[in-house]
Write a protein that binds this ligand. Structure first.
Ligand code: UTP
Length: 471
């Protein structure tokens, strides 16, 4: 490496109080030096100062929060009037889909640390019977939309440096699951450095600064900077249906939700469900200082969590499940604001090398990561719709390796939903004493997406006598 490049990065690090990053310089190969130099060159001084400031505030416990109040919700329909309104929403959503105004937008840049799976989470085999991956389910759902509405929604997928290559390869190896590759758009989110409690950068390796993806809220800048937002707009897309990689019950581009969003002229909307109990760790929807918001579980007081209305219902019952619609124009508008989406600070385990160059795998959180959350964009929305949906039908995330919200619970929930569809289509489903289906069941979205379609497609006399796959 030439002297002047080295001097420049050393000076930059000195100015930022981070010279220790070059601690192992003498031991590095030329290629490793180049890699580290590039990372230092990319460091944004303003961002780093901002993160250090956030960390100081976080550590000093100063966390001002605004006044919280509930917001109006679209509830699960119970009356004829509700149902008529729901149908109108569905028709509006279907019309938007037929006219190609909706794209699916998946955020899949996370590191899936809790699941502990060695590949991107979307490649995880989640089929109750087969090895059908989360990605395959999603792709099949998108193809089913194409069958139904005559236009297959384009699919934008956000990856991160850690998941990008493996994700693209997975899609290529599976021929994009039958989708048109020209309508699948990958883009990579930014990363931000982790900091130790003193605000120092950590080295993941002697030649690499520890960085992590900047949160699912990184999607706004990443989709715009990559050019994908413009490409979607050129295709006529106006609404983005945002979802996460790990919920196999997701109704991608759900026409009812899209329809409410469109009919209400909303800029950003969210699906919500009833919290199981006051203490369930879900962010709740409300207004903070008069602006729409999702308030993280940890930012609620016990009083707020337990507060009830006159009818006895929780005042803040509506948990956000990270399913949103937002408009292409809204993304542009948020990006044009000075403040953008804030960073949140999280205490995490960050593997690193210590001052002696020894690798450390922490047992306890040792450093701070910074993430943006997409729901923070709600504060910029003039209009928003919050639609209640049923957990049993729409939400079963794969977060942990075992226990709650794990592959086991997701497969069980898939089987339960498929059993209900089959029964509604007139098929007898053998059930055990506990009422759960005796055999795992799997229905590809390419075969049917609900009882009506099933009824039309099932052969006469169809019986379940063991694990069953319909595809
Ligand atoms: P989670 O918060 O569940 O994180 O992400 P995760 O990375 O999947 O899992 P853990 O916390 O490491 O165990 C929710 C969704 O947001 C995406 C994830 O890919 C997932 O779809 N995400 C998260 C991003 O796209 N980028 C990020 O920086 C973080």
């Amino acid at each position: 490496m030439n002297d002047s490049r080295f001097r420049k990065i050393r000076e930059k690090l000195q100015q930022l109080g981070q010279e220790h990053v070059l601690r192992f310089w003498d031991e590095l190969s030329e290629a490793q030096r180049a890699e580290l130099a590039e990372q230092v060159e990319k460091l944004e001084p303003e961002l780093l100062r901002h993160l250090r400031q956030l960390l100081r505030e976080h550590l000093s416990g100063k966390r001002p929060r605004g006044d919280l109040e509930p917001v109006e919700m679209v509830r699960v329909p119970t009356t004829d009037e509700d149902r008529a309104r729901h149908r109108r929403a569905q028709e509006a959503g279907e019309e938007a889909l037929r006219r190609g105004k909706v794209a699916a937008l998946l955020v899949a840049g996370g590191q899936a640390t809790r699941l502990g799976y060695p590949g991107p989470k979307g490649t995880f085999p989640i089929g109750p019977v087969t090895e059908r991956s989360l990605y395959q389910y999603q792709a099949e759902k998108i193809r089913a939309l194409g069958r139904r509405y005559g236009v297959t929604p384009p699919w934008a997928i956000m990856t991160s440096p850690a998941t990008d290559e493996a994700t693209r390869r997975f899609f290529e190896e599976h021929d994009f699951f039958g989708l048109d590759p020209n309508r699948v758009f990958f883009f990579v989110q930014h990363t931000v450095p982790a900091l130790d409690p003193e605000g120092k950068l950590l080295l993941a390796e002697k030649h690499r600064i520890a960085e992590s993806p900047n949160g699912h809220g990184g999607v706004f800048e990443a989709i715009a900077e990559s050019g994908v937002l413009d490409q979607l707009a050129e295709l006529g897309v106006e609404v983005l249906f945002h979802f996460q990689v790990d919920n196999p019950l997701i109704k991608i581009c759900d026409p009812v939700f899209v329809g409410y969003h469109v009919l209400e002229n909303a800029e950003m909307s969210a699906k919500v469900l009833k919290k199981r109990d006051p203490y369930e760790k879900l962010g709740v929807v409300g207004k903070l200082n008069g602006k729409y918001a999702v308030i993280e579980y940890s930012d609620l007081t016990t009083e707020e969590m337990e507060a009830r209305t006159e009818s006895g219902e929780l005042k803040y019952w509506a948990g956000s499940i990270a399913i949103h619609c937002y408009n292409v124009d809204f993304v542009r508008r948020v990006l044009a604001t000075d403040e953008g989406l804030p960073y949140h600070v999280a205490h995490k385990k960050v593997p690193h090398v210590d001052a002696q160059g020894q690798p450390v795998t922490p047992e306890e959180p040792n450093a701070y990561k910074f993430e943006r959350f997409v729901f923070d964009a709600l504060q910029f929305a003039e209009r928003a719709v919050f639609q209640e949906v049923l957990r049993e039908e729409e939400f079963s995330p794969v977060k942990n390796a075992t226990g709650a919200d794990s592959p086991d619970t997701a497969r069980r929930d898939l089987t339960r939903v498929f059993a209900e569809w089959l029964e509604a289509a007139g098929v007898e489903v053998p059930r055990g004493d506990d009422g759960a289906p005796l055999y795992p069941l799997e229905i590809s979205p390419a075969f049917a997406e609900g009882p009506d379609e099933l009824r039309q497609k099932l052969p006469a006399g169809f019986k379940i006598t063991g694990p069953t796959v319909l595809e």
